[in-house]
Design a protein around this ligand. Structure first.
Ligand code: SF4
Ligand code: ZN
Length: 400
């Protein structure tokens, strides 16, 4: 009993240290004014769907922001907060105007012709949870889904939500106006290890039964459940991170998720992961390690039909948004650093990952020779061990 109490205390102390630091960084984040009637981003990227490579549309609404930020500062690796407008509420009418601008194709900065009905898969993101009424009203969600229901060319819609907002009410709200295709809801799981998820990711999802509940509700409505697994949170060694991502991905499939998107950590300004990188206490994952994770999952699950994606690496074409066409201006949600190897082989490896996302063929991740500049270094990095508990690491790094 005593031991359990001591452990809980360590857990709580570590959580407080992480939370205080995240909140401190959020307070430093510049408060930018954004137009409320324009989406944050509209892009087209290559995606694997129904056994072939297709073009999918990704719409990022300018939104009110994730409630988890407002309550606790949010997750340690995420800074979508930077792209939300804190100068007043984005209203239902604003969301409708943003959506109309996508459907009309009037806001395409590249001057290209755009018709949403040409794309079989459409992602609608809101820098938070599309199923949280406090972030976007049920009426705005119905407006968007009702409009998509008229697009016979659109077969699948992908949205994101934290698990607690996947409820009978929120799902039936979508279903009441959308019956033309599949809806897939991406839920941030990050890790099925409680300490890693709550301390390293600062996820705020201690009640894991919410996840099982969300999967059940989605399946009841014939919707799909997608798990996001963050690969290499702060405070873990490279090998610990690989092992955790493999185990979490397998756990997610076993729990009933239809697909898993493995998200190698990238760095956005003002995130805690970025801060630790700046003080020399964190490195983004190696791309070689990303391959280890996917291979590790396939070694344990023999089913070759797994729907595994590698988040953040799609061949993309930005049509409009504040990062500028062709990224001439890096915007507030754009990662400044993504997973990498060395300057000699990173770009080639990223091409392999993009090909994986277009084919789901594991072999594409081996279409690269072992790099003479960095492969050996990476192998040595994987041997680095840290005998301290995660709580101790947090204390050592974050205590003043
Ligand atoms: S990862 Fe998702 S839940 Fe976490 S802070 Fe970002 S938007 Fe919110
Ligand atoms: Zn290299």
């Amino acid at each position: 009993m005593k031991m359990i109490k001591a452990k809980n205390k360590e857990f709580e102390n570590a959580k407080i240290l992480v939370e205080n630091k995240v909140l401190e960084l959020r307070r430093k984040t510049p408060n930018i004014k954004f137009p409320h009637d324009k989406v944050a981003e509209l892009e087209i990227n290559k995606f694997f769907y129904n056994h072939k490579t297709i073009d999918r549309v990704m719409v990022v609404l300018r939104a009110n922001g994730c409630e988890h930020y407002k309550k606790t500062g949010g997750c340690s690796m995420c800074s979508h907060f930077n792209g939300t407008d804190r100068n007043g509420q984005i209203t239902t009418e604003d969301y409708k105007k943003q959506w109309d601008s996508v459907v009309s194709g009037n806001n395409i900065e590249q001057g290209k012709k755009f018709n949403i009905n040409d794309f079989p898969v459409v992602c609608v993101y809101n820098l938070g949870s599309l199923l949280n009424e406090k972030e976007i009203s049920c009426e705005a969600v119905r407006y968007i889904f009702g409009s998509l229901n008229k697009c016979s060319g659109v077969q699948k819609i992908i949205i994101e939500s934290r698990a607690e907002y996947v409820t009978e009410n929120s799902v039936s709200n979508m279903k009441s106006v959308y019956n033309n295709g599949i809806v897939e809801v991406g839920i941030g799981i990050e890790s099925t290890n409680n300490v890693i998820r709550e301390i390293c990711h600062h996820k705020g999802l201690e009640n894991f039964s919410l996840v099982k509940n969300a999967i059940e509700i989605l399946h009841k409505y014939n919707f799909k459940a997608l798990a996001y697994v963050n690969f290499k949170p702060i405070f873990l060694t490279e090998q610990e991170a690989i092992d955790d991502a493999i185990k979490t991905t397998i756990d997610c499939f076993e729990m009933g998720f239809d697909a898993v998107s493995i998200e190698p950590t990238s760095l956005q300004n003002y995130s805690l992961a970025n801060h630790l990188y700046q003080i020399g206490q964190y490195r983004v994952p190696w791309l070689w390690s990303v391959r280890d994770v996917v291979q590790g999952v396939y070694n344990k699950i023999k089913n070759k039909e797994l729907d595994i994606r590698l988040g953040g690496y799609f061949d993309e074409d930005v049509l409009s948004g504040s990062q500028g066409v062709g990224y001439e201006n890096r915007n507030e949600i754009f990662p400044t650093i993504t997973s990498l190897n060395c300057d000699k082989c990173s770009n080639k490896f990223i091409e392999c990952i993009k090909n994986f996302n277009m084919t789901y063929d594991l072999q594409t991740l081996y279409d690269i020779e072992n790099c003479d500049k960095c492969y050996k270094i990476w192998e040595d990095v994987k041997k680095v061990k840290d005998s301290r508990s995660i709580f101790k690491r947090v204390k050592d790094i974050l205590s003043d």
